[in-house]
Design a protein around this ligand. Structure first.
Ligand code: HEM
Length: 240
């Protein structure tokens, strides 16, 4: 049986200072998506929002009560994780205010724990059937798992592994902004290709069918490249 684990760094030394520009873009996208998502669904009941065809309200307005609870739990907790996550990568906060880093980190881990369980429930009732079940469901499991590994590494005092797992975890949290970016790109591509003959509903359906995987698989590749650039422990398969 092979197990996915992380290997020790091959080169020792200080990790590179992250680009301030890309961090700022990441923060702005995270805050914008959190604000938009929470604001959108706080504006009324699911039934009212469904009548106005707001976001996914029409999909969830008729779902069982427990699924609707999962929907709201997911939006609030995932939004919290997305909003606070970028600050965990600020070295100045980690160095000067380690207690702040620790408390935000506990909040992040708790939010991802709840958010991923809620997302797993939602993936069984999602609006894109099988692709959504496997794409969003796979994302939910990996999101919880990478975050748990990051938390465990911190508790064990293995801070290189902690940083590596939390980079992977936040790359998955960042699926919320990348989903919306990919969605826009796929709609634009169809408009430019004249594919769906101007049928907006068809274009939306086709774009949404691809995003359950597209929103997170490339993020994981980027995360792994970042882990390697920082000489942190990369992933490898081991046969125990
Ligand atoms: C990273 C792990 C995540 C997973 C596994 C996940 C899973 C899901 C699933 C299954 C849905 C329903 C999709 C459908 O029915 O078509 C959904 C919708 C939603 N999620 Fe997440 N999600 C994640 C991250 C986030 C984050 C970080 C946010 C932050 C704001 C977020 C906010 C939302 C919102 C607002 C919706 C409703 C979508 C809309 O209005 O278009 N999710 N998510």
């Amino acid at each position: 049986m092979s197990v996915l684990t992380s290997r020790p760094p091959t080169v020792t030394g200080r990790p590179r200072r992250g680009s301030r520009f890309s961090w700022t873009v990441m923060l702005l996208l995270s805050v914008a998506i959190t604000g938009y998502s929470v604001g959108q669904y706080a504006a009324g009941s699911l039934q009212d929002l469904a009548a106005d065809r707001v976001g996914l309200a029409p999909t969830y307005a008729d779902r069982p009560f427990a699924v609707q609870v999962a929907f709201y739990v997911h939006i609030v907790t995932a939004g919290l994780a997305l909003a606070v996550g970028p600050f965990q990568f600020v070295r100045a906060i980690r160095r000067r205010f380690p207690r702040v880093h620790r408390w935000i980190g506990r909040g992040y881990v708790g939010a991802v724990g709840l958010g991923s369980v809620a997302a797993l429930v939602m993936s069984c009732f999602n609006s894109v059937a099988f692709a959504g079940f496997f794409g969003f469901g796979g994302l939910a499991v990996l999101w919880g798992w990478t975050t748990y590994r990051g938390y465990r590494a911190a508790r064990e005092g293995d801070f290189a592994a902690h940083e590596a797992w939390m980079i992977r975890s936040f790359a998955l949290t960042f699926a919320a902004p990348t989903l919306r970016l990919w969605f826009g790109v796929l709609i634009l591509a169809q408009v430019l290709a004249g594919d769906a003959g101007g049928d907006v509903e068809k274009m939306v359906g086709q774009a949404y069918a691809a995003v359950p995987f597209l929103c997170w698989l490339p993020n994981l590749v980027v995360a792994e490249l970042m882990v390697r650039r920082r000489n942190l422990p990369g992933l490898r398969f081991v046969v125990p």
